[in-house]
Design a binder for this molecule. Structure first.
Ligand code: SAM
Length: 353
């Protein structure tokens, strides 16, 4: 691994804003950032794949299914249950020992798998963006999600939602997404959506919700403390298995222009992606953006995304750190609709007045 890549990997593990809901992963990430052997291991994943999420997912998968008695597993509530140790100074060295002992097995995972974490909770970002444009869209909307993984966000119309204590969507759905509302803006009406014509997904590697191997990998990608997300994932996989949706296999850079060519001319279209562009290698991101914009070649395009912090935080100082829910309208105007916890556990809507 060259020195550049090692340092980029160190910067990722050293980011203090990562893993906000996992004290264990924050502790382990701090440790990895100081350990060149572990950084070199983590740096060998597939290009663009976020190395900390990929390494920790691989380790978690091995602990869950092959090494539940390893000393490292004692820190994982998913393996050790309620008696799991709180992360302390022993966790980092235990990770190091595990990684050095099982290096080949880890590489077999990180060199072949993608970070395909599917956060059902992010569907609420889709509802917020659709509600924000409901008055602007004329005619039925073509919905496209880029990086849909196993397609849980593609079933955004099948879930119930609570935002700031107000209920929306399907109250009888087995999947109920609940997000805290932060700040002074009231919850928008998440049931006021444009009429949707078609819902389609695009992914490098679309996953089958019925495949056991897929379910195990997606479960391993959920951070160990997040039992609520694991439960939501399991339920949403059930909904996905029962709700067919069209998914195109391919790199967005080629797949989106091809999709643009088959959309009904002049039809309104909405594209969404979350935690997808961050896994596109840096040198391909301009091409990724151009491919998304090509969807607007033959009709008005609304483009919403959740991909990381805003360059300049639009809020007064002191807000919770979070990602920006961005919107680009057909006239090219860009705005930030909300600052959100990266997994959409909380939402701070920004004033549009
Ligand atoms: C971390 S997952 C996020 C899944 C989902 N969007 C969510 O927010 O829960 C990223 C997904 O993007 C896909 N992906 C990454 N690069 C891509 C590309 N260039 N074109 C299409 N899909 C891509 C991956 O295969 C993966 O399924």
């Amino acid at each position: 691994v060259d020195a550049d890549r090692l340092e980029r990997t160190r910067a990722v593990f050293g980011d203090p804003n990562d893993f906000p809901s996992s004290p264990l992963y924050r502790r382990l990430a701090d440790y990895v950032a100081t350990d060149d052997d572990l950084l070199a291991l983590a740096a060998q994943g597939r290009p663009g794949q976020y190395p900390s999420i990929l390494l920790f997912g691989a380790v978690h998968l091995l602990l869950l299914h092959h090494y539940p008695d390893d000393p490292l597993a004692a820190f994982y509530p998913t393996v050790a249950g309620a008696s799991a140790h709180l992360p302390d100074h022993r966790a980092g060295p235990a990770l190091r020992a595990f990684c050095l002992a099982h290096q080949d097995e880890i590489l077999a995972i990180t060199r072949t798998r993608l970070v395909q974490t599917s956060q059902v909770q992010r569907a609420i970002a889709i509802r917020i963006a659709l509600a924000a444009i409901a008055d602007e869209v004329i005619g039925p909307l073509q919905f496209i999600e880029v990086g849909c993984s196993v397609g849980l966000n593609l079933r955004f119309d099948r879930y119930g939602y609570r935002l700031g204590g107000v209920s929306f969507g399907d109250r009888d759905s087995p999947v109920q997404v609940d997000a805290e509302l932060v700040g002074s803006e009231p919850a928008p009406d998440l049931d006021r959506l444009p009429v949707i014509a078609d819902i389609r997904g695009v992914d490098l590697n679309p996953l089958d919700p019925l495949d056991r191997d897929v379910r195990e990998w997606l479960t391993a990608l959920v951070w160990p403390e997040n039992a609520d997300q694991r439960q939501l994932l399991e339920r949403a996989l059930g909904v996905a298995a029962d709700t067919p949706r069209v998914v195109v296999r391919g790199d967005a850079i080629e797949a989106l222009p091809a999709l643009a060519a088959i959309l009904p001319p002049s039809s309104a279209r909405f594209v969404f992606h979350s935690a997808t562009r961050m896994h596109v290698p840096h040198e391909r991101r301009a091409a990724f953006d151009a491919a998304v914009l090509s969807l607007g070649d033959s009709g008005p395009l609304w483009w919403a995304s959740v991909e990381g912090a805003a360059k300049t935080d639009p809020r007064p100082a002191g807000g919770r750190p979070g990602a920006a829910l961005r919107l680009r309208r057909p006239d090219g105007g860009r705005s930030i609709l909300a600052i959100v916890e990266p997994h959409l556990r909380w939402v701070e809507l920004l004033s549009t007045r």
